[in-house]
Design a protein around this ligand. Sequence first.
Ligand SMILES: [Zn+2]
Length: 99
Amino acid sequence: MKIPKSITINGVRIRIQWVKNLRSSTGQVLQGQHSGIDDEMSLAITDHEDRAAMVFLHEIIHAIDGDLNLKMKEKDVRQLAACLHGVIVTNNLDFRSKK
Ligand SMILES: [Zn+2]
């Protein structure tokens, strides 16, 4: 999965930034972060393409959850991201029309 430099979610453009040693404000090691307030999504730099894609989907789901005020549980976001990633990869989904 190719991760873009920015993504628009429900009309809000969010910049993607890759971060070495991504940590929360309390020092916890993170794979990804999107506060829902700013217009940036941070992803931890990794050599694992599948992991990066899954974290990217995870943060997208968090962004949608925040925008729609769904109040999803972290566990549900994690499972949904993993399942969605599996569907995309297993079915080799690419919604762009081929030219
Ligand atoms: Zn999360």
